[in-house]
Write a protein that binds this ligand. Structure first.
Ligand code: NI
Length: 398
């Protein structure tokens, strides 16, 4: 194909995506507001899944429900054969009482779409709408993965277990980001979110009278030293260039002021971005506990649970997404800082090259944060997300 013909096709594609997005964007806002009014918590997304399935039916997109309990998987088939690209959106809400006072505020007490997963669901429906109309430009298939239970981490695993990722060769996802203005996007190279592990340490001593500590083994004094020493993992075990957080978030021991209890229970979280740091943190916790046990005559039982791994953005998929956004919308993607939060799309990203796009969602003049009872994103981010991800799909499956 000559340069002129190729340029014409590219321009046609740009207009086609813009036009199709424009046509469906009012409906997507309507769907988003409906979902916002009816937020459902992790693995309870029955109504949400119903809304998604009904919309896919209306669009003529074949789909299956009940994948990963309450998830939905739709398929947009190109007219030519090719690889399978998965695009994942999460659907669950948070146990937060909404305080926005918006006309479409949550009608379910104590539940709110405070992380914008309603935006994600609407955006992915929009991507499906646009691509379904442009199937003749797709070589391969786009699998639309509507995932439950991201907030409690478990939805991605459940969907993978039910085969949602079978045959997939690359994956995309999105998250709204109110720190980025609507109309712009954020990209993070490499580790984008953190591995989120938890630990429990039970310090066993020997109870006794508070006046005679020499006749007891005090787990509280041991636990107090342990907390301080655990912080040296960040400064002395993990490579200084790597990020690591060790937080003891819960500690319980004793009842009476004059009794040494027999045990102290501590719980905490570890956040890391590199596998080496994750390994160093776990080893550090175990080693320090052994040292404290030997030094202070206690016994420490350590339970270390591996949670979500770090989400590693694939550089090739990232670059191709940025190029697609550039072609479709313009120079609107900026580098963004990685997060110490967790994201279970990481499990899908462990299977295939994957990239999670951050979609700017702040209204001018507002300083919103997600997971906040007053979160009011700019709904314009839906159409921007649709254009970016639809165009990326078309370019990846050209
Ligand atoms: Ni979220």
């Amino acid at each position: 194909m000559g340069n002129t013909a190729s340029a014409t096709l590219t321009n046609d594609l740009k207009s086609a995506v813009d036009l199709a997005t424009e046509k469906c964007s009012a409906r997507l806002v309507e769907i988003r507001r409906d979902l916002h009014r009816h937020p459902e918590l992790a693995f309870e997304e029955q109504r949400t899944a119903g809304v998604v399935a009904a919309e896919l039916t209306r669009l003529g997109i074949e789909h299956r429900t009940g994948i990963g309990r309450t998830g939905v998987v739709g398929v947009v088939r190109g007219t030519r054969p090719g690889p399978v690209l998965a695009i994942r959106a999460d659907m669950d809400a948070l146990p937060i009482q909404e305080e926005t006072g918006l006309p479409f505020a949550s009608e379910f007490p104590g539940k709110m779409h405070a992380c914008g997963h309603d935006l994600h669901t609407a955006t992915l429906l929009g991507v499906g709408t646009v691509l379904q109309g442009l199937r003749e430009h797709l070589a391969g298939e786009v699998r639309l993965i509507f995932q439950p239970a991201e907030e409690v981490v478990g939805g991605a695993k459940a969907m993978i277990a039910d085969g949602a990722m079978e045959g997939v060769s690359m994956a995309l996802s999105l998250h709204n980001r109110p720190e980025i203005p609507v109309g712009r996007f954020g990209i993070v190279h490499g580790p984008a979110t953190s591995a989120s592990d938890s630990f429990e340490i039970v310090v066993h001593g020997k109870s006794g009278h508070g006046a005679r500590p020499y006749a007891a083994v005090d787990p509280i004094v041991a636990a107090a030293q342990l907390i301080g020493q655990l912080q040296t993992i960040v400064s002395r075990d993990v490579r200084a260039l790597d990020a690591c957080v060790v937080t003891v978030g819960s500690i319980h021991a004793g009842e009476a002021h004059n009794v040494i209890p027999d045990r102290c229970v501590m719980k905490g979280t570890v956040r890391t971005r590199q596998p080496e740091a994750r390994e160093a943190a776990e080893q550090g916790i175990r080693r320090i506990c052994e040292g404290i046990a030997a030094g202070l005559r206690v016994r420490c039982d350590v339970t270390y649970r591996h949670g979500t791994p770090a989400l590693i953005n694939d550089e090739t998929v990232l670059q191709r997404t940025v190029a697609a956004i550039q072609a479709q919308i313009g120079d609107v993607a900026d580098e963004y800082e990685p997060s110490l939060g967790g994201e279970d799309f990481a499990y899908m990203a462990q299977m295939v090259p994957a990239f999670r796009l951050l979609v700017g969602s702040s209204q001018p003049g507002r300083t919103d944060k997600v997971h906040n009872s007053n979160y009011q994103p700019d709904e314009g981010c839906i159409a921007f997300g649709v254009r970016a991800l639809a165009r990326t799909s078309l370019d990846l499956l050209r």
